[in-house]
Ligand binder design. Structure first.
Ligand SMILES: Nc1ncnc2c1ncn2[C@@H]1O[C@H](COP(=O)(O)OP(=O)(O)OP(=O)(O)O)[C@@H](O)[C@H]1O
Ligand SMILES: [Mg+2]
Length: 457
């Protein structure tokens, strides 16, 4: 893109010389005969660089500089000053001018100053882009997960973030629904506007309507002044309707209307407001069941769930557990803390009814209570150490068997299972057979078949 330069000078001949020289050097030049006209062009054309004469009738260069810097601190301004007015130039530099050139100047001086300035503009833009990217990555890494299930979630988040589509996030408590909702907002072009969350389950039924849509003074007893609803607060941004499954049936048509027509009407009011709000909703209720029970309107459900995202419980993505442990330690400035294999095994087989939230709380507790930087099974609460029969889950659910995409030999798998059972039981065949729930002679037969031999003591 050809850089755009705005030249402001009341002296027509000088202006023309500057214009000509810069055009010849390949720049796009806009010119103005005074401060007011210059600022108008500045607003319309957003040039990358402004060159302004200092002394002009009406609005002078100093005022132009200040206004430009106020509106767009990143834009560079070069001042043209009269010979012998160095102190004025110094003032301009203090006020944020990038450089100055003293009249009379030659062509090369002008071009060199401009080229240097534009190089800086380019660098600044590049820097900003890099910074955005870093923030982007940092944000991305706050939703931790490398399991297939989470990669699918990341993929959807990125695809839908910058669309207007409503998203419905489902998942058990503590699986990260709010985190994902924030991430969608952050990755959208609405990121600079507010992310407003409302927990529909935490607000008494009769107040929910006015929380969502606002009310006017006197709408009901206790409405002593106008109240702005969450929809309006989220204008331009994202509204997160948490626990949306708890919205009372009688309020659902109004919500549907707000979503469809993008207008809200405060309780007791006669005026409706047009709004630009992106809605992300979440629920840990079995919404299908609510639909079947007619506790949730189907039309509202389809409106909310244009893009459904399901967050699987942690016990169904055990690959993420070790990663999350590391992440939460790091987050608390304890990256030197490690978990030994007994602890990892126990933590990986635990059922995690409270999902990631439970894991994060446990890490916090372990970090406070720990005696050393290595956490072992002894440090873990009893329930995690598989003491609780409710926590015992079948191996396939536990994710013990993690087959590669390209397939795997059953014989090889069986051999590995036999070896592991023996190793875990210190090569005691009776114990290993019991562990595998097979008779001892079957174990011996498999050991022979796969040529498994106990290591020499
Ligand atoms: N994948 C993840 N990576 C990092 N932190 C996570 C992840 N998932 C959840 N968390 C953290 O776990 C906690 C619970 O997450 P969040 O509040 O998003 O869950 P939720 O699904 O909204 O739960 P609830 O249904 O109880 O409201 C938060 O502190 C969140 O930052
Ligand atoms: Mg939540």
């Amino acid at each position: 893109m050809t850089p755009k330069i705005l030249v402001i000078d009341d002296d027509a001949s000088l202006r023309r010389v500057v214009e000509y020289n810069l055009q010849e050097a390949g720049y796009q030049v806009l010119s103005a005969t005074g401060g007011e006209e210059g600022l108008r062009l500045f607003a319309e054309e957003s040039p990358s660089l402004v060159i302004t004469d200092m002394k002009m009738p009406g609005m002078d260069g100093m005022q132009v500089l200040k206004t430009v810097k106020e509106r767009s601190p990143e834009t560079l301004v070069i001042m043209i000053t009269a010979f012998g007015t160095v102190d004025v130039a110094v003032d301009a530099m203090k006020a944020g001018a990038y450089d100055y050139i003293t009249k009379p100047f030659n062509r090369d001086e002008l071009r060199l100053t401009v080229a240097k300035a534009l190089q800086l503009v380019g660098l600044k833009a590049e820097n900003r882009r890099l910074k955005d990217e870093i923030v982007d990555r940092a944000d991305y890494s706050t939703i931790v997960g490398s399991s297939k299930a989470m990669e699918r979630v990341f993929d959807i988040v990125h695809k839908v973030a910058d669309t207007e589509a409503s998203v419905l996030i489902t998942g058990e408590s503590g699986t990260g629904k709010e985190l994902v909702a924030r991430s969608i907002h952050y990755h959208s072009s609405r990121r600079a506007a507010p992310f407003v969350a409302i927990n529909c389950a935490a607000i008494p039924r009769d107040l929910l309507e006015s929380e969502l849509f606002g009310h006017v003074r006197g709408a009901f007893t206790g409405a002593i002044k106008d109240k702005t609803g969450k929809f309006q607060l989220a204008d331009g941004g994202t509204l997160f309707l948490d626990e949306v499954g708890e919205i009372p049936l009688e309020l659902q048509p109004k919500l549907l209307r707000a979503l469809q027509e993008k207008v809200v009407e405060p309780v007791g009011g006669t005026k409706s407001f047009k709004l630009d709000v992106r809605v992300v909703a979440a629920t840990n209720l079995d919404i299908e069941k609510a639909l079947a029970d007619a506790a949730f309107r189907e039309d509202l459900y389809y409106r909310l769930a244009v893009i459904p995202i399901h967050l699987p419980p942690l016990r169904e993505r055990r690959d993420d557990i070790a990663l999350l442990l590391r992440y939460f330690c790091g987050k608390r400035g304890a990256s030197m803390v490690t978990f030994d294999s007994s602890a990892i095994t126990a933590l990986s087989s635990y059922r995690w009814p409270g999902n990631v939230r439970e894991l994060e709380n446990l890490v916090e507790r372990l970090l406070i209570m720990r005696g050393s930087d290595t956490i072992t099974m002894d440090d873990l609460p009893e329930k995690v150490c598989a003491g609780d029969p409710a926590n015992i889950v079948s191996p396939s659910k536990r994710g013990v068997i993690n087959l590669p995409d390209e397939g795997y030999s059953l014989e090889q798998l069986e051999r590995e299972v036999v070896v592991e059972a023996l190793e875990r039981n210190f090569w005691n065949q009776t114990a290993a057979a019991r562990f595998l729930r097979i008779p001892r002679h079957t174990l011996i037969y498999r050991m022979e078949k796969y040529e498994v031999v106990a290591p020499e003591k």
